[in-house]
Design a binder for this molecule. Structure first.
Ligand SMILES: Nc1ncnc2c1ncn2[C@@H]1O[C@H](COP(=O)(O)OP(=O)(O)OP(=O)(O)O)[C@@H](O)[C@H]1O
Ligand SMILES: [Mg+2]
Length: 317
């Protein structure tokens, strides 16, 4: 029964009872009402209002719960679904609200996946242009300088050699940036090898001891989730290398319950956790895209731990 009809029915029943009491009861109202009659009428009215309020309370309680839930529901937070009453119009209201959450979550998942794909496509394009255009130009300059070096007198040849070395460094930088923008290794070898490549890279370019703990035989993740884990690891390792002055950096990936947990921990100088930057924001945004739970724990002087928990792929992957 719809809520509207239930309210009408309750009011009707209460008014009929009041009418019956008036007809069958001993009381009467004089033309000029006396005080004792006013008391009886007031008592009757209070009884009607009270009965009505009590009967309506249970019927309208789900409305209040749904209104409150609608004001505070957060699709990225804990499950906001409500427990439905066993029957009555409140049940269909709560069921409707829960169905709306299902649909919103599904739509959010789809648009998150699109946002992630668009972001990656853009990175892909930039990587390609860096490699094909800037890279090619620098290669041409490098070859030209090499040739020039053999043609100029010895005094200038040394200067040309310095220039050539700096162009070579630039070319290496362009290639490295292009590689970072497009994690080909993730597509080719999978997440664990891609993470291993990241830590190896850090170990080669940074004085800190880099440790890696990746549990064997980890279950697969959805490809979006894999990409997010990779990008978060990449940013966390880069931050550790750039800012932490750590002696040791540890990356671990393990299964805990129905999810995988990535942790990048350093024993460096730490920072104020309320600090905000594009890199830290990006990690949070990406993690939200795949319903991950990202926590960054840090305090000045106490090192930093970035922990990302992501759900396992649902169904066959
Ligand atoms: N592991 C860490 N150890 C010490 N400080 C850190 C660490 N990670 C982040 N920080 C601090 O937090 C700040 C913000 O980090 P964030 O990654 O957002 O920006 P960034 O690394 O400076 O620049 P980018 O946008 O290129 O990542 C850093 O500038 C640094 O001061
Ligand atoms: Mg950063």
């Amino acid at each position: 029964m719809r809520l509207y009809w239930k309210v009408v029915l309750i009011n009707g029943v209460v008014l009929c009872l009041a009418l019956l009491a008036l007809v069958l009861g001993p009381m009467s109202v004089s033309r000029s009402t006396v005080a004792s009659e006013v008391l009886v009428l007031a008592g009757g009215l209070a009884a009607i209002l009270l009965t009505n309020a009590l009967l309506l309370r249970s019927s309208l309680a789900p409305v209040d719960r749904v209104v409150r839930a609608m004001a505070y529901v957060d699709l990225t937070g804990p499950d906001g679904r409500l427990a439905a009453p066993p029957s009555g119009p409140g049940r269909s209201l709560v069921d409707g609200f829960n169905a709306m959450l299902d649909r919103l979550e599904e739509e959010q998942g789809t648009s998150n996946a699109k946002a992630l794909a668009a972001q990656e496509a853009e990175r892909h394009r930039i990587a390609q242009e860096l490699h094909d255009e800037v890279g090619q130009h620098l290669t041409v300059v490098l070859l030209g300088l090499k040739q020039l070096e053999g043609q100029v007198p010895a005094a200038q040849a040394a200067e040309v050699a310095v220039l050539r070395e700096s162009v070579r460094d630039g070319l290496d930088d362009v290639r490295r940036v292009a590689r970072r923008l497009r994690p080909g290794v993730l597509e080719d070898l999978g997440l664990t090898s891609a993470l291993a490549a990241l830590t190896n890279d850090l170990g080669r370019h940074h004085p800190a001891e880099v440790r890696r703990v990746i549990a064997p035989g980890l279950p697969g993740l959805a490809s979006d989730t894999e990409l997010v884990v990779y990008r978060v690891a990449q940013e966390a390792l880069t931050n550790a290398a750039r800012h932490s002055r750590a002696k040791q950096v540890t990356l671990s990936l393990v299964r805990i319950g129905e999810g995988l947990v990535l942790e990048v921990a350093d024993d460096g100088i730490g920072f104020d956790a309320s600090t905000s930057g594009a890199g830290l924001r990006g990690m949070h945004e990406r993690s939200r895209l795949v319903r991950g739970d990202l926590r960054i724990t840090s305090r000045p002087g106490q090192g930093t731990t970035v922990r990302l928990a992501v759900p396992l792929a649902v169904g066959p992957s």
